[in-house]
Write a protein that binds this ligand. Structure first.
Ligand SMILES: Cc1cc2nc3c(=O)[nH]c(=O)nc-3n(C[C@H](O)[C@H](O)[C@H](O)COP(=O)(O)OP(=O)(O)OC[C@H]3O[C@@H](n4cnc5c(N)ncnc54)[C@H](O)[C@@H]3O)c2cc1C
Length: 351
C-alpha cells in the first residue's frame, strides 16, 4: 500500500515527487517517455515577458519558491544544472528603449530591468539600438536534471518506465488499485499527454508546439544570451541554442522544415556571420486557453488530481504549483483560484 501514484516524470512530476518526499509520503512514478517538452526546453527562468516588458503571471513570487527547490535538488542529486546569467534584450527602435525605461520604473520589474543600456560592440551581432540587461535570471539544464532524477528514482525502486493504462485503474474499498498497487491518490502530470487521460481530457489544454535549433557559429564570439524575436543562448564551443517557435496548430512531435526555415531566417537577421545548423528538437508545450496552470482535483472521482498546464513557463511554475497542490491535498489549503482547474468544471465537464 502506497500513498500516491504519479503519472508522468517531466518538470511537473519531479516537483510533485519532491514535495511528497519532503513530507515522507510513499509513491510510485510511471513514465513512458511519450512527451518530451521538459527534455527539449531551453530551461530559461525569466520572470519578465520580453516582448512587452511585463511581469509574467506571479513570476516574481514563483522565482522565490522554485529556485530553492532546484538548489536542493542539485545537492541531493550531486549534479549541477542551475546556470545563472544575464540576458540582453535587443531593441528594435528608440521607442522600445523608451518603453524599457518606463517598465523599469515599475516596482515589481525594477529588480530585473537594468536602466543602463549596453552598447553593442560585437560586429557579428546586429543590434544598432543597443541592448537592455535583464538581471538575476538563468536556466536549468533540464536534460541533466531529468536524467539524474530518473536514476535517483530507479535506485529507490519507485519508477516504472511504462505507460500508465487508464482503463486498468479500479476503485475498490476506498482505494485506487492499479496492476497490484494500492494507492490513496493518483496525481496526473502528463503534460500534453493529458489528451489521452479519460478523467481530465475535458480540460481546455490546447498545446503549443515549440522547436529549438542548435547552431555552430565560429566567428560569433558571443558570451551572453540575447533575446530578439528569438532567444540566442551560448552553450560553449561556438554552439548556440536558438528558438523557440510557437505553433498552436501542429500537434505532431517531430521537428519540421517550416520551423527550421523560420528560425534560420531569424538568425540571419540577428547575426552577421556564417553558421551551420547542427541539431533541431521539438516538443509540445502544455498550454491552456487562458494561459494559467491546471491544478486541482477531479470534480467527481475521489483522490484523482491533476498538475499540468505550465505552457511555456514550466521551470518556474512546476515547483510553485506542485507545492500548492500538495498543500491542497494534504493540508486542505485552498488553491489559487486562477490556477484551480475548477474554473473550467462548470463549462466543460460532462459526467
Ligand atoms: C521548445 C520548447 C522550449 C521551452 N523552453 C522553456 C523555457 O526556456 N523555460 C520554461 O520555463 N519552459 C520552457 N518550455 C516549457 C516547458 O518545457 C513545459 O512547461 C514543461 O516542460 C512541462 O512539464 P510537464 O511535466 O508538465 O510536461 P512534460 O514535460 O510533457 O512531461 C510529461 C511526462 O508525462 C509522461 N506521460 C504522459 N502520459 C503518460 C502515460 N499515460 N503514462 C506514463 N507517462 C506518461 C511523458 O512521457 C512525459 O515524460 C519549453 C517548451 C518547449 C517545447
Amino acid at each position: 500500500m502506497i500513498d500516491y501514484i504519479i503519472v508522468g516524470l517531466g518538470l511537473g512530476g519531479i516537483a510533485v515527487a519532491e514535495e511528497l518526499e519532503k513530507r515522507g509520503r510513499r509513491f510510485i512514478v510511471f513514465d513512458d517517455a511519450s512527451q518530451n517538452s521538459s527534455y527539449v526546453a531551453g530551461g530559461v527562468f525569466n520572470p519578465v515577458i520580453l516582448k512587452r516588458f511585463t511581469l509574467a503571471w506571479k513570476a516574481d513570487e514563483q522565482l522565490k519558491i522554485s529556485i530553492p527547490v532546484y538548489k536542493d535538488l542539485e545537492q541531493k542529486l550531486e549534479e549541477r544544472f542551475i546556470y545563472n546569467w544575464d540576458i540582453y534584450r535587443r531593441f528594435h527602435s528608440v521607442e522600445e528603449q523608451n518603453n524599457w525605461f518606463v517598465a523599469g520604473d515599475k516596482p515589481r520589474l525594477q529588480p530585473f530591468l537594468d536602466p543602463e543600456l549596453k552598447k553593442n560592440t560585437n560586429p557579428n551581432l546586429n543590434a544598432p539600438f543597443s541592448l537592455g540587461r535583464v538581471r538575476g535570471i538563468g536556466n536549468i539544464d533540464t536534460e541533466t536534471l531529468l536524467d539524474a532524477y530518473r536514476d535517483y528514482l530507479e535506485e529507490k525502486d519507485c519508477l516504472r518506465k511504462e505507460s500508465f493504462l487508464y482503463e486498468n485503474l479500479v476503485r475498490e474499498d476506498a482505494k485506487w488499485h492499479y496492476d497490484g498497487i494500492e494507492a490513496t491518490g493518483i496525481i496526473f502530470c502528463e503534460g500534453f499527454g493529458i489528451k489521452k487521460n479519460p478523467f481530465f481530457n475535458y480540460l481546455p489544454l490546447r498545446g503549443n508546439k515549440g522547436e529549438y535549433m542548435t547552431i555552430y557559429a565560429e566567428d560569433l564570439d558571443l558570451d551572453f544570451a540575447v533575446k530578439s524575436n528569438i532567444f540566442l543562448v551560448p552553450v560553449g564551443n561556438h554552439l548556440y541554442k536558438v528558438g523557440a517557435t510557437y505553433d498552436p496548430n501542429d500537434k505532431t512531435p517531430e521537428p519540421t522544415v517550416r520551423a527550421r526555415e523560420k528560425l534560420t531566417a531569424e538568425v540571419k537577421a540577428l547575426i552577421n556571420c556564417d553558421f551551420e545548423v547542427v541539431d533541431q528538437v521539438a516538443g509540445l508545450r502544455p498550454s491552456v486557453v487562458d494561459r494559467r496552470p491546471l491544478v486541482g482535483k477531479h470534480p467527481e472521482r475521489p483522490n484523482l488530481f491533476c498538475c499540468n498546464g505550465f505552457g511555456s513557463r514550466g521551470v518556474l511554475l512546476a515547483p510553485a504549483m506542485s507545492k500548492q497542490l500538495i498543500a491542497f491535498i494534504e493540508d486542505k489549503k485552498s488553491l489559487d483560484p486562477e490556477a484551480d482547474l475548477d474554473r473550467f468544471t462548470k463549462k466543460y465537464y460532462r459526467s
